[in-house]
Design a binder for this molecule. Structure first.
Ligand code: NAI
Ligand code: MG
Length: 505
């Protein structure tokens, strides 16, 4: 290296924000000392680094989490856990804006949305803080009347959470808040594209006063995640991401009989009947596919529209989509930010080309924007493909970008059939003013969440999860808490009489 290159490298290095992992209450580098860079997708520049954790770092975190189970955390009352979680919620509030900026810089999601997500985090932690002391067992009148029989709901143990890059802290909350309420301990592995907000968040955990080892963060890519799911000290793996990786995670968890919750991909249908409020439906379609640049598991990526209103709907969409304001995701005016990273941009481009080669027509978009001020970012135009048949790959595979496939139907029966003709089953929407049809179709669609005359609405107390290959288990709500508990049955003999030792009692 010439002196000049070294100088440039040093300068660049000093401009990067260097974060540390949080293991057993300590701020640490990887044992190897290795780090990786995270790229700001708005300008393609590295802006921060995080330690690259290897198996030994991961083991250290899992061991710390195991020890914490039998430390002060394990002997706290549920109400005391609630107090700590509530303290965390209160600490998030004044830092919400900062967390939003950090996350937007990592993944390019517009600040409008990350701000809203961060502002909503305290409520999720509060919901589960309030639930902590409402975890009850049962007393059961067993047929053996000489026994008093009851159940306890105990924490499942050490939880490993593997997270994606599209909504790091929002998705972490629906795993961490119930896990803490249940009394579990936790090791989080954020995505390699977005380690920064989770590491920043760990400072608030530290400040809230959780005992060391209750919450740990290890950073790295798929290898780090694989080392975590393989750790025999992990009792439960909760994962959000692609179905392909979900399969690998579940197989790895099976090797040591760890429980899994999987929140995977989708190819959700947005179904518009002829009697729908077309303006509202078009707005819902926009929300479903162009919000968050289409990078959401619940993206309404298949528009199923009745043939009689197809032209009217597509015309309105084609008018609105090109008007979406793309730009700096940190600007509150921006509606659509860049794609989160370079490979993902290539994936989106690949699918648009594939759709065209399969016979679809590009109604609008289909390429990167021409504006020179967007040239450095991983932007892609809001894209509508019409003439799509549900058998085409663009209608079957998750693109995870701003690409809508328009498919027509002629009857309610056919709409349901096409809607359900997918390996996924995460979400769906039904647009109609006919209340009977709305419920009838909602009941027949195979998906974990159905919206009627709306799209992309979630809440921390409403269960959320997938049918089919969209996942296993539910997050949020009371079911989301159950996912971190296991039941112990206790039998108390009341009479002191002896029994036949060679017979099941
Ligand atoms: P991914 O599912 O591979 O990554 C998600 C997380 O899993 C990351 O933290 C990653 O480091 C980790 N991981 C990767 N391989 C692992 C392994 N063998 N064991 C344990 N952890 C592992 O998703 P990726 O590569 O970021 O994106 C690929 C596609 O996945 C996207 O184009 C999109 O279609 C889909 N996706 C879906 C999401 C959803 O919310 N449904 C979220 C992110 C991606
Ligand atoms: Mg991957």
């Amino acid at each position: 290296m010439t002196e000049n290159v070294v100088a440039i490298a040093d300068r660049r290095n000093s401009e990067l924000q260097h974060r540390k992992m949080y293991i057993d209450g300590n701020w640490v580098d990887a044992i190897s000392g290795e780090v990786f860079e995270t790229i700001n997708p708005y300008n393609g520049q590295a802006w921060a680094t995080a330690p690259l954790a290897g198996p030994a770092d991961v083991k250290k975190a899992v061991d710390a989490a195991r020890r914490a189970l039998s430390g002060p955390w394990g002997s706290m009352s549920a109400a005391q856990r609630g107090v700590l979680i509530r303290r965390l919620a209160a600490l998030i509030e004044p830092h919400a804006d900062e967390l939003a900026r950090i996350e937007t810089t990592d993944n390019g999601k517009v600040i409008r949305e990350t701000r809203g997500q961060m502002a909503g985090l305290p409520a999720t932690y509060e919901f589960f803080a309030g639930a902590a002391d409402k975890i009850f067992g049962d007393t059961i009148s067993a047929p053996q009347t000489n026994f008093f029989t009851y159940t306890r709901r105990e924490p499942i143990g050490v939880v490993a959470a593997i997270l994606p890059w599209n909504s790091p802290l929002f998705l972490l909350a629906s795993k961490l808040a119930p896990a803490l309420a249940a009394g579990c301990t936790f090791v989080a592995k954020p995505a390699e594209q977005t380690p920064s907000s989770t590491l920043e968040f760990a400072k608030l955990i530290d400040e809230a006063g959780f005992p060391p080892g209750v919450f740990n963060v290890v950073t790295g890519a798929g290898d780090t995640g694989a080392a975590l799911t393989a750790e025999p000290g992990v009792d439960k793996v909760t994962f959000t991401g692609s179905t392909a990786t979900g399969i690998a995670v579940m197989k790895s968890a099976a090797d040591h009989i760890a429980e899994v919750t999987l929140e995977l991909g989708g190819k959700s249908p947005n179904i518009i009947f002829p009697d729908a409020d077309i303006d509202a439906a078009v707005n819902g379609v926009m929300a479903g596919i162009f919000a968050a640049t289409g990078q959401t598991c619940i993206a309404g990526s298949r528009l199923l529209v009745h043939e009689s209103i197809r032209d009217a709907v597509v015309e309105r969409l084609a008018q609105r989509a090109p008007q979406i304001k793309m730009g700096d995701p940190l600007d509150i005016e921006t509606e659509m930010g860049p794609i989160a990273f370079a490979e993902q941009l290539e994936k989106v481009r690949f699918y648009v080309d594939l759709g065209v080669s399969e016979g679809a027509t590009v109604v609008c978009g289909g390429e990167r924007p021409q504006d020179t001020d967007l040239a450095d970012g991983y932007f892609f135009q809001p894209t509508i493909l019409s003439g799509v048949d549900n058998s085409m790959r663009v209608a079957r595979e998750e693109i995870f970008g701003p690409v809508l496939s328009v498919i027509t139907f002629t009857s309610e029966e056919e709409a349901v059939q096409i809607g359900n003709d997918t390996t996924y089953g995460l979400a769906a929407a039904v647009w109609t003013k006919d209340v009977q049809r709305a419920h009838r179709v909602a009941h027949r669609l195979n998906a974990g969440t159905i919206w009627i005359n709306s799209y992309r609405v979630l809440a921390n107390n409403v269960p959320y999860g997938g049918f089919g290959q969209s996942g296993i288990g539910r997050e949020n709500g009371i079911e989301g808490l159950d996912a971190y508990l296991q039941t112990k049955s206790i039998w108390v003999e009341l009479t002191g009489e002896s029994r036949d030792p060679f017979k099941l009692g």
